[in-house]
Design a protein. Structure first.
Length: 189
């Protein structure tokens, strides 16, 4: 395992604080205190709290977008693509619980990168919707409102950062399979 750089350590600690207190409530002094260093030392590695938020949110949004593009480009069935989307969310959320909280709760605080983030998000959702629509057209998915299907799935997937930390014996693969089964196939017997 590669050793974390000081900047990566700062970003990880900040993401945890943002999840616990909210972006607006965290100061650079809070971050320095949590790391056991002087606030002035932070500026040797990062220029501002906004830069930290950008690093957290944009890197995750780009990771989701990259994953979605690979899924979209595959020759898999639409159902298999949806299973891959679920696995993508479970994988990223399980590795980035604190960052996911910022992605979901603090994105509106982005300044210079807000438009870039909103484009990534829109493109991701359009690709997600496209999979669902193609699945309906191919009779793989029940003929329902595609936006409601996407909203239902994304609501669950975007809240994984709340649920995952409560599971001590989490098996990422099992979670992805179980979520796919429920989100895609429903709970009918």
């Amino acid at each position: 395992m590669m050793q974390q750089t000081r900047k990566e350590e700062i970003i990880k600690t900040a993401a945890k604080l943002f999840k616990e207190k909210g972006y607006s409530a965290v100061t650079m002094r809070d971050l320095a205190s949590a790391m056991g260093i002087k606030a002035a030392s932070l500026y040797n590695h990062i220029s501002s709290k906004q830069d930290i938020l950008n690093a957290i949110i944009i890197s995750l949004a780009e990771e989701f977008t990259k994953g979605m593009k690979l899924i979209q480009a595959s020759n898999n069935t639409c159902i298999d693509k949806l299973k891959q989307v679920v696995a993508l969310h479970v994988g990223i959320a399980s590795e980035n619980v604190y960052g996911m909280a910022s992605l979901n709760n603090d994105w509106m605080h982005l300044e210079a990168q807000l438009n870039h983030y909103l484009k990534l998000r829109k493109d991701y959702e359009n690709d997600f919707l496209s999979i669902i629509k193609k699945g309906i057209e191919a009779s793989e998915i029940k003929d329902s409102n595609p936006e409601i299907i996407m909203f239902s799935m994304l609501t669950t997937l975007r809240s994984l950062h709340i649920w995952i930390p409560k599971k001590e014996d989490l098996n990422v693969s099992d979670l992805a399979n179980n979520l796919s089964n429920i989100l895609i196939h429903g709970i009918n017997k």
